[in-house]
Design a binder for this molecule. Structure first.
Ligand SMILES: O=P(O)(O)OC[C@H]1O[C@H](O)[C@H](O)[C@@H](O)[C@@H]1O
Length: 529
């Protein structure tokens, strides 16, 4: 295709959402002229399924749940007045609580004000808040937000060190929909101890966002925490950023949550459009389908040319891959669906992996995100007539062209700026694209049965460790090899796991397990005491 033909194609297919100033350009996706026509029928069905979902159908059949994230930004669309009210009350409560915190009406016992937020959560209970905090944060935010998003001890120490002497002014927000996620529980327990060590009462510094009656909910009540905000079973973790999960930390930070909600609401209106050529979520889903033959055969590389959107790819990774990566379709047939997502930011990535994108294995397509506004205020000239932002545009257009020359497809999302509205719109656009694509490939986008297997297996490892430790403590006289211990605890076939557990215990002196070297690595003996 010549540059001139691309220009014609650009004009023909450009799909815009006036209210948020966003456009989607699919001209560099090589779909055949009849592709859209062929997909009209399946897309009609996807629109029907989406309409039913928004009306409150059980769109997550495996878990028998409704899927209500679109109601979060248009509460009047919720299927029952009680739900409408709950959503509205929660947003009002987030706003009022944040104001109280900022004004010092809700205050820590040993300081005038809360000035920091420590958010403890993982997956959908962290990725959205992290994206929002990073995309919209400024040096003069009302509060600075820190994260525990793992059960890595050193990771938590690092964050606590950054918080330094400010724990007395730090509000900890523990977020877990289920209220039973172990990484989050561990983060909470470690945070609680850090407060205690400073002579601070944790409950006076803690807030929860969780489902009613969950383990976390009960713990918060027992500990007399400052406040609990609700999380509902009809909001999935990966689509929860516009519930209290994302709104509370954002508002505490001082960010414009109304803008986020309005941007998402406007995008929702635009993506309910049944003319697929005028619906950017439908076009995006169709392009995903085209690129990967409806089988996820190509990966999606997200390339925002804006530092503030660095975490977008990580956020979309969960949204897309946890939603679409499914073994079975809605009829129970094995389909192993999915769409792999990765990315970082331009132009930085041009100095890293773009080499492979252009010349290496052709197993991807890209979504470029272009942001028109360079910065607040004016830009200096780094050369006569050119600003740094001109270079950023040049690098984006140059890379896009270089990829296309080698037959590598891409879409371009253009937004006016990185504002609360734009971010809300970008999130809503991808949520809708995921839902529509899931219909096109006939899968349930709203459950995650595969995640459980890893959790169960981890539980079994910890149980094995308990037995091994009991054995070691009961027989301190001599050292034992992993083989001996595995047999002694009745799991001879689990010897590799036992060996890994022992090596880890011995590497951490506080666990009280010593190693005695043997003839080779696997003859190492382990001893308690
Ligand atoms: O919010 P939580 O219940 O703690 O869940 C946190 C995350 O963990 C799970 O394993 C799920 O796969 C994610 O979808 C979820 O966002």
């Amino acid at each position: 295709m010549t540059e001139r033909q691309l220009w014609e194609r650009y004009k023909k297919y450009l799909c815009g959402v006036e209210s948020v100033g966003l456009t989607l350009d699919v001209s560099r996706m090589n779909f055949a002229e009849d592709f859209l026509e062929r997909m009209r029928g399946p897309m009609e069905k996807a629109f029907d399924a989406m309409a039913a979902l928004e009306k409150g159908a059980i769109s997550n059949p495996d878990e028998k749940r409704r899927v209500g994230h679109y109601w979060l930004r248009a509460p009047e669309l919720a299927p029952e007045p009680a739900l409408t009210k709950e959503i509205q009350d929660t947003v009002a409560a987030v706003r009022a609580f944040s104001e109280d915190v900022h004004a010092g009406r809700v205050k820590p016992p040993k300081a005038d004000r809360f000035t920091r937020v420590l958010l403890v959560g993982i997956g959908g209970s962290a990725l959205g808040p992290q994206l929002v905090a990073d995309a919209l944060g400024t040096a003069v935010d009302r509060m600075q937000v820190f994260f525990f998003d793992n059960t890595d001890p050193d990771g938590m120490d690092r964050v606590l060190a950054q918080l330094g002497g400010t724990l007395a002014e730090t509000l900890t927000v523990v977020i877990s929909k289920s209220g039973g996620t172990k990484e989050t529980r561990n983060g909470m327990v470690e945070a609680e101890r850090a407060y205690q060590q400073k002579g601070l009462e944790f409950g006076r510094h803690a807030v929860a966002v969780t489902g009613e009656g969950s383990e976390l909910d009960r713990y918060a009540k027992k500990g007399n925490w400052l406040r609990t905000f609700p999380m509902w079973d009809w909001v999935g973790g990966r689509t929860s950023v516009l519930s209290a999960v994302g709104l509370l930390p954002a508002r505490l930070q001082g960010l414009d949550i109304d803008g986020m909600l309005a941007g998402a609401r406007d995008m929702d209106v635009a993506t309910r459009e049944r003319d697929m050529l005028r619906n950017p979520a439908a076009m995006m889903a169709l392009m995903w389908f085209h690129a990967g033959n409806g089988r996820g055969q190509k990966d999606l590389v997200i390339l925002p040319y804006k530092d503030r959107l660095l975490l977008l790819s990580r956020y979309l990774q969960q949204l897309v891959m946890e939603s679409l990566g499914k073994e079975k379709d809605l009829e129970g047939k094995v389909v192993n669906q999915g769409l792999a997502v990765y990315g970082n930011k331009g132009s930085t990535d041009q100095h890293a992996y773009v080499q492979q994108l252009r010349e290496g294995v052709s197993n991807f397509f890209a979504t470029f995100v272009e942001v028109l506004k360079d910065r607040e205020g004016t830009s200096m000239r780094v050369e006569e007539d050119f600003t740094s932002g001109d270079y950023l545009l040049g690098f984006f257009l140059g890379t896009r062209r270089a990829l296309f020359e080698k037959g590598r497809e891409s879409m371009t999302l253009t937004v006016p700026d990185v504002s609360a509205r734009t971010l809300g719109a970008l999130i809503a656009l991808h949520e809708r694209a995921v839902g529509l694509y899931a219909s096109l490939v006939n899968i349930n986008a709203y459950h995650q049965p595969g995640v459980e297997a890893g959790k169960k297996a981890a539980g079994a490892v910890l149980e094995l460790q308990r037995k091994v430790l009991a054995k070691l403590r009961g027989d301190k006289a001599k050292g034992h090899t992993a083989e001996e211990l595995a047999t002694a605890v009745g799991s001879p076939d689990e010897v590799e796991t036992v060996f890994k557990v022992l090596e880890h215990l011995a590497a951490n002196a506080d666990q009280g397990v010593k190693r005695e070297p043997g003839a080779n690595r696997f003859d190492t003996r382990f001893r308690a005491g």
